[in-house]
Design a binder for this molecule. Structure first.
Ligand SMILES: Nc1ncnc2c1ncn2[C@@H]1O[C@H](COP(=O)(O)OP(=O)(O)OP(=O)(O)O)[C@@H](O)[C@H]1O
Ligand SMILES: Nc1ncnc2c1ncn2[C@@H]1O[C@H](COP(=O)(O)OP(=O)(O)OP(=O)(O)O)[C@@H](O)[C@H]1O
Ligand SMILES: [Mg+2]
Ligand SMILES: [Mg+2]
Lengths: 256, 256
């Protein structure tokens, strides 16, 4: 049965989308059947894989509202073992529109539960907030991967995120675990980066992935070509680091 | 009468808080009476100026609900001409809690209109979303300053932001103008950065500030000391660039 992992942190710009796109792609390269669900109205994960829907084209918004079936909206990508359930800005309205619907926090979970048998890994990219869309992702997931940028502001919100996860565990999804904290945009020349890494490893020790994602220009260039970094520049440090992360996750689950 | 400028972009991590804190500080250095309103539950602008409220301490949340008066919550900072109306995580609940209140989109505007006579400049830091809190900021403002990180994903959401601003202009605040687009985290060694700058200048021409904020480690270090960059390292490129921006804004308003 597929592992469902959401990539979540309400702090903006910490590498959620970059991690979702590139980790899912590395899993696909290892021939694990993978699905990326774009739960962010910014639709960066969709465009990062070269998929740009026009306004009104069916997206995850329509699947959540049961106006469209999962199979007709999910699309293939340039990688044989990777599919994407794309997003559009229509999703922005969901926060307010769905407020009076029954079991609104389980709308994504009911979709995921129907299809998880088709995949080995399902990744969910979240927007930079702890509202309805992120709540849905947490309820639908087995575990949470938390990217942490090696910067001061990025550390501040982690406490609140963990409180929110605990609340979701007690109210909606007792099985939800923390997959790990991923340090991103690490720049070895920057003292602050080293301090943040030390802080995070001290606080969260074994929950912090050994793999650290360096600041690497190829990671910020590849989305402009609609490609994950492994298809844009396989020799880059960006590719190396996300391949190492995918291997670390596969090894930990005993199927390396 | 004070100019009210909100710093807004739903894309995360583009430099909204860094711009709010440092631009407000530079205006204070130029002896303009300045107020920074932290409208983000992450409260990064508050901690960036060394203010850390405990949970339950009165914040902007209480002022919005008229449970506390403005003057008792607003605090001085290390700069004589700068005050801050700080935020806490209590604000996260506002999005859902205030949904049934009368004139909920004007809650901040009614506070700002009462105090704008006391200041030359009022800056509002927004969260990375286009929900209730950002809507309130847009309705309360005379103009919008839009930071754009010199990266690919940052360009994608600008269209939607401009649509939202137009909707706010027609429904709530016809006087709202675009103050300008500010290019942030510019790295001259990175080709993509140059492309983004060219794109933005081509699309928005005169609306783009001449001042460009370079990527500068002092800007990411200063918040960990609770100081704006001009009090942390006045000789840094970070200080230089925000001083240049404040001068450009003062000159444009004829009071340089
Ligand atoms: N390791 C890295 N090295 C260099 N650039 C990176 C790296 N990771 C991400 N980026 C760039 O930094 C910016 C922010 O990353 P990204 O958009 O993935 O963050 P996010 O958390 O998804 O943002 P949001 O909060 O808006 O959803 C993007 O322009 C991305 O291309
Ligand atoms: N010009 C710069 N040079 C170097 N680092 C910067 C610069 N501007 C911002 N930063 C750092 O980049 C990160 C993101 O900036 P900031 O938090 O100001 O963005 P934001 O748009 O307010 O994020 P959010 O969407 O979460 O509110 C922070 O850690 C900040 O210290
Ligand atoms: Mg993202
Ligand atoms: Mg911010």
């Amino acid at each position: 049965m597929g592992h469902v992992i959401c990539i979540c942190n309400q702090k903006g710009g910490v590498g959620k989308t970059t991690t979702s796109v590139n980790l899912a792609s590395c899993m696909a390269l290892a021939e694990r059947r993978s699905l990326l669900i774009d739960m962010d109205p910014q639709a960066n994960a969709s465009s990062g894989l070269g998929i740009r829907l026009n306004r009104g084209e069916p997206s995850i918004y329509d699947v959540l509202l049961s106006r469209e079936v999962f199979h007709r909206v999910t699309r293939p990508t340039a990688l044989e073992f990777l599919q994407i359930l794309p997003s559009t800005q229509d999703l922005i309205g969901a926060e307010v529109e769905f407020i009076n619907l029954e079991a609104r926090e389980r709308m994504l979970a009911s979709i995921v539960d129907n299809v998880r048998g088709l995949y080995d890994y399902i990744f969910i990219d979240c927007p930079p907030s702890l509202g309805f869309l992120t709540l849905n992702a947490l309820v639908a997931s087995d575990s949470v991967l938390i990217p942490i940028q090696c910067e001061y502001y990025a550390l501040e919100g982690v406490g609140y995120l963990l409180q929110t996860i605990r609340r979701v565990q007690s109210a909606f999804n007792p099985e939800l675990k923390i997959k790990g904290f991923l340090l991103t945009m690490f720049d070895p020349r920057n003292n602050l980066c080293h301090q943040v890494v030390d802080d995070v490893r001290k606080h969260f020790s074994a929950l912090v992935f050994r793999s650290v994602i360096p600041r690497n220009v190829r990671l910020s260039e590849s989305p402009s070509f609609g490609k994950p970094v492994i298809l844009y520049d396989i020799t880059s440090k960006g590719s190396e680091s996300y391949l190492a992360l995918s291997k670390e996750i596969l090894d930990a689950e005993g199927n390396g």
